[in-house]
Design a protein around this ligand. Sequence first.
Ligand code: HEM
Ligand SMILES: [Cu+2]
Length: 704
Amino acid sequence: MLVDLQGPWNPLFGRLGLLLEVHYNNPVLFFAFELSVVVGVILLFWATCARKWGYIWREWLTTVDHKKIGVMYIVVGLVMMFRGFFDALMIRSQQAIAVGPDSPGVLGAAHGYLPPYHFDQVFTAHGMIMILVAATPILVGMMNIIVPLQIGARDMAYPYLNALGLWLTVVSAALVMIALFIGDFSHAGWVGLAPLTELPYSPGVGVDYWIWSIQIGSVGTTMGAINLIATIIKMRAPGMTWGRIPVFTWTSMASNIIALTSFPVLGVTLALLTFDRYLGTHFFTVGLGGDLMMYTNLFWIWGHPEVYFVVLPAFGMLSEIIPTFSEKPLFGYVTMVIASMAIAAVSWSVWLHHFFTMGAGPNVNAYFSIATMLVGIPTGVKVFNWAFTMYRSRMRFDTPMLWAIGSVFLLISGGMTGMMLAVPAINYIVHNSVFVIAHFHNMFLLIVYAAFGAVTYWFPKVFGFTLDERWGKRFFWFFTAGTLMVFIPMYTLGFMGMTRRLDYVSHTAWWPLLNAEMVGIGLYAISIACFVMQLAVSIRDREKNAVGADAWGTSRTLEWATHSPVPYYNFAVTPIIHDRDEWAWRRKHGLTSLKPDRYVDIHMPKNTAVPLVLGVLSLAFGFAMVWRIWWLAAISAIAMLLVIIYRSFDKDTDYIIPASDVERMEKEMLARAERVEGNAPAPGGAAGGAYASPQAPSKRHQGD
Ligand code: HEM
Ligand SMILES: [Cu+2]
């Protein structure tokens, strides 16, 4: 039995009649639409003119190569982060204009230029995009690229599933973008508070877009998690014992255990909400026996683990970057691993700190308060380990290191304010204030810093040339200035009592600080321009900046023991692992030659279009469910099932690269390596003598 809907519905087009209610005369929407269309048309035109379609189809759209899938994840994440930044720009500028009763209003807004119906969509989209289709894909992409390389695997355990995970994430992003133009998006915040998301309170399609976008994307993330865990358990090269797995891979393991156990909770929660909205059940309404706090609980049972899902890989990135640029092994490997697992374990038992004010009573609040504070212990261990790695080391301040150090600072300040929030008595005062917003942005920014550091650090591995340092440093400093200018005033405003999500600020005394935040957003905009310049300049100078296998000269882990750019089969022969820091070990023993004694056949997975097809079908399914076009939903669901069945009978999924072909390709790459030698700091040279350093005894490395 379906629910009664407000507004038009017909069997052929579902609720698309609602489009008549969209505010087309809004120049903000119009501008966004034009921009997207123009960029899209330019890209399509370029691909057609340059006859790139064959290449794009073969090398990208149908690929199962974990590195290319990772790159696509990261590109999607960066593009969506740009979209999310635009939303932030709108939130900040609205709050800088709409201050005090005398502030002007345009475009249907009483104050500023964003009327409430639009402002609410903007902050909802901002939050949902940044967390689920910007930060998460960038980190998942990074894990996809690096983990198989760090453990000496040819690919992920399930390459086909990997591609499917990517395309479902793309569908998630696509649905959010479509919501910008066809219909509208949720007004209920990224957490989708019940009962605001229930049909009577959000009668349009906005919440449905939010539901289906997250639901489809989270299926993809869960598949990715299964894949990564299986890869780490089953695909390690000989000698890669648990005690030798690089820390980034360990944190990826911890992170994906969290994902695998928490994303299903999100799926079920959204499914219950879907039943409420589509079938008229009452799981989260107060009437008829539902419970809206049940929603809040379920959401944060996923939501808090989710924040650790994204922060743990970031910790892993720091643990790789800091030793490389300190020219020293990581301090406290074992405690680092234990700390990661401890954080994963505790992450499930703190969710209620997001709503201490629910009124569960002092005992419950005390339990969750203490559990939350416990997280500080393993996190503190990590900070000390990084500090001891840097202590009395030969630090180099290449761009990845700047990002890493910035990230540690943000972790400390965000962690401190987290501790304050973990005290229920304090929380009652600042809950729902912008102090909370400043805290979690502080935390998310540490992840963004680590991710930018990681992108700069591993870029030469994937593409064979380094990113430009000069523009990279400008990017870093403008970004950091922006961070300080936006979030220090925001903490202050939180203490002054400013609540979150205001489209109109009644208190004129807050205006100066809001303007300071606006300046900060301007600095961020400049930093983005620097990033674009950095990419452009680096691509222009790619010959000059080409590097061999060991781009930084002091890296320590296995991924640096193959060519840059990494060939699609990763390693000519499966490496044998001798040490926790395998590449540093080989450098020390003069075993840096990439030429194996003899070449062997390589077994590889074949490209397939099935994941892309499933992605397109699930986009059709999601869109049809949002607009309640039942026939389209049914057809795409059945088609998906048939495609999955078809694929399961397809036995032609792999092939062998003959040893002679491997040898030919390797020869070319070795020749290239010789050509570019000298562009990177020489291993064991002035910058590379990690083991020669008197402060870095290799004692820890004996007897692993
Ligand atoms: C590790 C990275 C972290 C991330 C990404 C993160 C993210 C978030 C987010 C998104 C929220 C607010 C959600 C909302 O209400 O919309 C939040 C709130 C909160 N965080 Fe964190 N957090 C992190 C670490 C921490 C740490 C280390 C602590 C404490 C030790 C902490 C304590 C809290 C508390 C108590 C709240 C609730 C505030 C309130 O709603 O009144 N968080 N965090
Ligand atoms: Cu939390």
